[in-house]
Ligand binder design. Structure first.
Ligand SMILES: [Zn+2]
Length: 500
């Protein structure tokens, strides 16, 4: 009987501890010294221009307690370890607490709770923020557009994207005075190695002082600052798309225009058409190239067979570059991040260069993302970006009407017009006529858009099984997407005309 009482007491103590730690968590979140915690409440003021005094978080499970509640456990176990009942009770408590950390455990427990308690507990107090008045008319308008009650249940909550990002900063001594470099998304070790690479020597730890700061990359001032640092080649970006952290225009229209510009740059490629065809015949053999040509007398089936043969040759000669060391061929280089390509590299339309460090020979490799045929042929290092560009030019040289297909989940390939229907060709995978292969990979497509010079078309439906699923993932409706593509094409053509 005593064991049961111990259990009741223990649960009561745990409950108290939980409440205390919830408050502690809330306080932590409102403290400026703990910027590593997501600051849900410290966001934007509400529609009256005043920050709400409290923000209720209704989707987060109240049972997901912070680590502090676990602190109660050793105390409980330490005091009552001496009887088998209390030991069992302790083990049960530990198991329950551990179970509460899993979402299934939380769901299970919240179902067991009486409804009233569940309703009361679900609203969690997240902390206090000092009321802030709108500074000016513009801010007031902005705030008025916001929902007055902020909850995490809203489908696209404006707070959810605002996670602070860590920026590392260090100043290196240089010939023309000290220069400051920045790292976004990388850790200190990677940043230090990047500084080693920049300095060209092994820096001694005491020579360089790295400071860190959290920034909000949704803030336009922060984005402008990152853009400036990127443009001056002082920013290392690790696993970050520049669009997400520094683009001045994040609309789909802007992205599509960017790809239309890239397509336009293909036109000024010096090594295309006959020159490229000659190179192909020398490298790959006259006979196969003749069979691959659009104007050969072969049947569709035989042409496709030849193209497949060619893709296999291509994949062997142009293997997918991952992270192999340029010096010792060690396969597992560490990717430190990317910086903007140098002026010389930009002449070959490179936008950025990846910096890798070899754990075996400690040397650095610089993988330049070139975008011209001659450079990719010379280096034979590329990923889908480089190889789809090269394949586009090759297919054009073979006489096919070709389009360049961009998948918004980070892949790109080409399609050629094969007697009136668009045939899929993926240079990285040596894949031909296999549009559903990406679904088999588990890709969650959002937009797949085919580009020709000055125009584009949404071709997602060709590449997916379930278009309804895709629509749920998209942030634009079909009409908005259509309109966006039209606006992008119109704006692009207008800008092109005004340039010439
Ligand atoms: Zn190496």
């Amino acid at each position: 009987a005593m064991g049961r009482w111990w259990m009741v007491l223990a649960v009561a103590v745990m409950g108290m501890e939980a409440d205390v730690s919830m408050c502690a968590y809330a306080d932590l979140q409102s403290s400026p010294h703990f910027s590593f915690l997501p600051k849900h409440h410290a966001a934007t003021p509400n529609r009256n221009g005043v920050r709400p005094a409290s923000v209720e978080d209704s989707s987060r499970n109240p049972w997901k307690l912070p680590a502090t509640s676990l602190l109660a456990l050793p105390r409980l176990l330490g005091t009552w370890r001496d009887s088998p009942q209390t030991r069992a009770c302790g083990i049960m408590l530990a198991a329950c607490t551990a179970g509460l950390w899993t979402s299934t455990g939380q769901r299970f427990l919240s179902r067991l709770l009486p409804l009233g308690l569940r309703g009361r507990r679900r609203r969690r107090y997240l902390g206090r923020a000092a009321p802030v008045k709108a500074e000016n008319e513009e801010e007031r308008t902005q705030y008025q557009a916001l929902p007055s009650v902020m909850t995490w249940n809203q489908p696209s909550n404006f707070l959810q994207g605002r996670k602070p990002e860590l920026v590392l900063e260090a100043t290196l001594p240089a010939m023309d005075g000290p220069e400051t470099f920045y790292g976004l998304g990388c850790n200190e070790t990677e940043f230090k190695l990047f500084l080693d690479y920049i300095a060209g020597t092994n820096l001694r730890a005491e020579e360089v002082h790295i400071t860190s700061k959290y920034v909000d990359t949704q803030d336009e001032n922060v984005r402008a600052m990152l853009r400036e640092r990127w443009n001056s080649r002082h920013l290392l970006l690790k696993n970050k798309s520049s669009k997400n952290v520094m683009a001045s225009d994040t609309r789909l229209v802007a992205e599509v225009k960017g790809y239309l510009k890239r397509m336009e740059s293909f036109e000024s490629e010096p090594m295309k058409g006959a020159t490229l065809l000659q190179w192909l015949e020398e490298e790959c053999g006259d006979e196969l190239i003749q069979r691959c040509r659009a104007d050969s007398d072969l049947s569709t089936e035989n042409t496709q067979r030849a193209l497949k043969e060619f893709l296999d040759w291509f994949k062997k000669e142009f293997p997918y570059y991952d992270k192999k060391c340029f010096h010792c061929e060690h396969a597992e280089g560490e990717r430190l991040g990317s910086i903007r390509a140098s002026e010389e590299e930009e002449e070959f339309l490179a936008s950025r260069s990846e910096i890798l460090r070899c754990p075996s020979c400690s040397r650095f490799s610089r993988f330049v993302r070139y975008n011209t045929v001659s450079k990719v042929i010379e280096t034979r290092k590329g990923r889908c970006g480089e190889y789809s560009m090269l394949m586009y030019h090759i297919m054009q040289a073979l006489g096919y009407q070709t389009r360049w297909v961009v998948d918004w989940t980070d892949h790109v390939w080409v399609e050629v017009d094969m007697h009136g229907s668009w045939l899929h060709l993926d240079a990285c995978e040596a894949a031909l006529d296999n549009k559903k292969m990406y679904v088999a990979w588990g890709k969650q497509h959002t937009y797949v858009i085919a580009f020709v010079r000055g125009a584009c078309e949404d071709v997602t439906v060709d590449y997916v099984d379930d278009m309804e699923e895709v629509r749920k993932r998209r942030d634009l409706t079909d009409e908005d997407l259509k309109a966006s593509l039209e606006i992008a094409q119109a704006e692009f053509l207008q800008e092109l005309a005004s340039k010439s």
